[in-house]
Ligand binder design. Structure first.
Ligand SMILES: Cc1cc2nc3c(=O)[nH]c(=O)nc-3n(C[C@H](O)[C@H](O)[C@H](O)COP(=O)(O)OP(=O)(O)OC[C@H]3O[C@@H](n4cnc5c(N)ncnc54)[C@H](O)[C@@H]3O)c2cc1C
Length: 343
């Protein structure tokens, strides 16, 4: 046991729909969970890739959007009080002498538990980067692809790049604390939610932020300290926008990332599991959802939900050795209903 570690029953890597539903199934069995996700929001692909698209094949829900499904799952798991560690990448895994897992994130958070569940989907989302010479040299000091601590941007001149939800959300959120804020997008049309576009345009109309319809062409400064970004617009021509922070939000792609280093067997970047428990080749490490593979696997949310239920039964036996597990229905079990707070 480490002094500064969060102790829990189950660590879940990935707060996508399957990781979230695992909280529910584990919670019914009395197991506490901590979840780690590299994204700054909960919901995995549903929230990040298609929040407003309709899903038609969730059992019992004829239609809901990716975000609505995420919100409903959050409501469903609320009684179990899961602890989220967002904007943190699960990076390093070690086995302790007592057989428990010790997971360290890139933000230094340490979690310890007898069970590790990998619900990492297609892997961690990594940012698509703009093609700008020398960009890497400014990363971590002047160029960021996620906002982990808003305070870092206080009193800075920030240029946000992109036209989607992340770009507009951060333009809006950072405006009150930044010394100066601007948004650059290659066209005067935005993919972000209409209310965000409205809020962004209001900030610009009130003179509290700038909007540049232009392409980014280059960086100015002495790396890693940025002094400006060279922009070129059809109407404005080429000019330098002075700023000391650049936040490009050009979308995300998925890479397996550190999970590949956890010492688990992989098959084409997926984790082979047995279909009775959804355990990997390493006892105590389970894999559910899009990250796993087995004969007949379908990468569907409903498959992941089923996998979460079976995994939870097996996880219970590891987390509570010697305790008896009774199969119960939520409809009729007063014990389960108490856990759910409905009785
Ligand atoms: C456009 C689109 C439409 C779809 N439509 C449907 C549909 O109609 N019906 C359906 O059933 N399915 C649909 N799917 C598929 C569905 O979204 C996936 O099956 C589902 O999201 C898988 O859930 P998951 O929880 O396993 O993984 P994900 O949703 O991928 O979540 C995994 C999470 O793990 C995190 N993560 C990964 N590695 C790490 C790490 N090392 N550290 C920290 N965090 C990490 C990621 O950031 C991510 O948030 C669709 C997919 C797309 C792209």
């Amino acid at each position: 046991m480490s002094d500064n570690a969060h102790q829990t029953d189950v660590i879940i890597v990935g707060a996508g729909p399957v990781g979230l539903f695992a909280v529910f199934e584990l919670g019914l069995l009395g197991l506490k969970t901590h979840l780690v996700d590299i994204l700054d929001r909960i919901g995995g692909q549903c929230a990040e890739l298609y929040p407003e698209k309709p899903i038609y094949d969730i059992p019992g829900i004829p239609v809901c959007t990716g975000q609505e499904l995420t919100d409903k799952l959050m409501e469903q798991i609320a009684p179990f009080d899961p602890q989220f560690h967002l904007s943190e990448m699960a990076e390093e895994l070690t086995r302790l002498d007592n057989g428990h897992w010790r997971l360290k994130t890139d933000a230094g958070t340490v979690l310890e538990a007898p069970v590790l569940v990998i619900a990492a989907g297609g892997g961690s989302f990594v940012p698509k980067k703009p093609h700008l010479e020398g960009l890497d040299d400014y990363e971590g000091e002047s160029v960021f692809y996620a906002v982990r601590q808003m305070e870092r941007f206080r009193d800075k001149s920030v240029l946000v790049a992109g036209g989607g939800d992340s770009a507009l959300d951060w333009f809006i959120a950072l405006q009150p604390i930044a010394r100066k804020i601007a948004l650059v997008h290659h066209r005067d049309g935005f993919r972000a939610a209409p209310h965000s576009v409205e809020a962004m345009r209001a900030i610009v109309a009130e003179g509290k932020g700038e909007l540049h319809i232009a392409q980014m062409k280059g960086l100015e400064g002495t790396a890693p300290h940025l002094t400006g970004v060279r922009l070129e617009g059809k109407e404005t021509g080429a000019f330098v926008h002075e700023c000391d922070m650049l936040l490009p939000f050009y979308g995300l792609t998925m890479k397996l990332g550190p999970v590949a280093e956890f010492g688990i067997n992989l098959e084409q970047n997926l984790i082979p599991v047995d279909t009775a428990k959804f355990e990997s080749n390493v006892p105590g490490i389970f894999a559910i959802g899009d990250i796993n593979t087995y004969p007949g696997k379908l990468k569907l949310i409903l498959s992941g939900f089923h996998e979460a239920a079976l995994m939870s039964q097996a996880a219970f036996k590891i987390a509570r050795p010697g305790e008896r597990l009774r199969f119960q229905y939520t409809t009729s079990s007063s014990e389960l209903q108490k856990k759910l707070g409905v009785r």
